[in-house]
Design a protein around this ligand. Structure first.
Ligand SMILES: Cc1cc2nc3c(=O)[nH]c(=O)nc-3n(C[C@H](O)[C@H](O)[C@H](O)COP(=O)(O)O)c2cc1C
Length: 343
């Protein structure tokens, strides 16, 4: 029904409008008694064999909603009904910001892909913390943190520290996002010296707190092997708990969409099917390099259960979806979990 009826209707509108509309509809319908329970009964797969213990947290199943989908933690509780065991809210910056001018999100249906240059539009870490403090859920919550657009890279460490502290009591794990291609120069924070500064600061702050929460780093698929090695060294040096591989790419290679259309869209991060292979390659590389000791969340181009299995087989402990959820609809999570039970 999703691909035959709902998707064609939704795709008549721009991606950001659809996102807002779908969220509003879901909130509206889920407020009707028993609707959420019914959706949960349809979409959720409960089975002890799906459970995963990763960086000290117990996940009901290995499938999560990737960062950027529920940036402000405003509907993650409703989305739990679609079968996700975890959600990554954010990217949260210390101060709320509007992000880039619209339009800033584009569909490439021929490639089952999206290009976005949202630019960390979010209400700010404190507002997100406030929302999280009000909503109880069984889902595991990740807090994806970043710097404000106006903060220069030299001062970025303060922004990460600020967002980290604001969210600390409200999330189960953290993701340091240094790989978004839509904030000028942000990806340079993956450079050895800059990343060392951020991770050192966060690990020092964490050491002074009562409960130790896992900290992960989210990397770009555009890093070369040497750069990934540097990130891995730092992860070990500062006792980081895992890696999220990967974010969106700035490359445009091998697309089926006419190059004129792609050029017209302009800058932004490409996600979905075209990044699947590179993300998986990176996961495999990290798994080998760390002898499987560093937990990996695999994300990038998971459009069907086989893609999820591919990431898990390459070494991911958990997976996340974003673009696949847009193209394949809410049934994707259940399909992945069912496939895992068959494997
Ligand atoms: C519209 C959009 C917004 C995103 N916003 C964020 C974000 O705020 N922070 C982040 O770490 N990743 C963000 N991402 C990247 C996704 O979390 C994910 O890493 C990437 O899209 C690859 O997965 P996919 O191919 O399943 O979409 C965003 C992706 C999209 C499409």
């Amino acid at each position: 029904m999703y691909k035959g009826i709902i998707r064609p209707l939704l795709f008549l509108m721009g991606p950001e409008t659809v996102h807002q509309l779908v969220v509003a509809l879901i909130k509206f319908f889920f407020a009707i008694p028993l609707v959420k329970q019914l959706v949960r009964a349809i979409y959720t797969t409960r089975d002890a064999r799906l459970r995963r213990e990763v960086f000290g947290l117990a996940f009901e199943n290995p499938v999560g909603l990737a960062a950027g989908f529920d940036k402000n933690a405003s509907f993650y509780r409703q989305f739990a009904a679609f079968g996700f065991s975890f959600v990554e809210v954010g990217t949260a910056t210390p101060v709320g910001q509007p992000g880039n001018a619209r339009p800033r999100s584009f569909r490439l249906p021929a490639d089952k892909a999206l290009i976005n240059r949202m630019g960390f539009n979010n209400r700010g870490a404190r507002a997100i913390a406030e929302r999280l403090s009000k909503g109880r859920t069984n889902m595991i919550i990740g807090g994806n943190i970043g710097k404000n657009t106006s903060t220069p890279n030299e001062l970025a460490v303060e922004d990460y520290a600020d967002a980290f502290l604001a969210l600390y009591d409200h999330v189960d794990y953290f993701v340091v996002n240094v790989s978004c291609p839509n904030i000028s120069d942000l990806s340079h924070l993956q450079d050895r010296e800059q990343l060392a500064g951020i991770l050192s600061r966060l690990s020092t702050i964490r050491a002074g707190l009562v409960r130790k929460k896992p900290i992960l780093v989210k990397i770009s698929p555009d890093l070369n092997w040497g750069q990934i090695d540097d990130v891995l060294d730092l992860m070990e040096e500062f006792g980081m708990d895992g890696i999220v591989a990967t974010n969106t790419t700035i490359t445009r290679e091998g697309l089926l969409t006419e190059s004129e259309k792609v050029e017209k869209i302009g800058q932004g991060g490409l996600s979905g099917k075209p990044i699947r292979a590179r993300s998986t390659e990176i996961i495999g590389y990290i798994y080998q390099k760390t002898a499987g000791k560093l937990p990996i969340i695999g994300v990038g181009g998971i459009m069907n259960p086989e893609d999820a299995v591919e990431k898990l087989t390459a070494g991911a402990s958990l997976v996340q979806v974003y673009t696949g959820f847009v193209y394949e609809g809410p049934g994707l999570v259940k399909k992945i979990n069912k496939a895992l039970l068959r494997n």
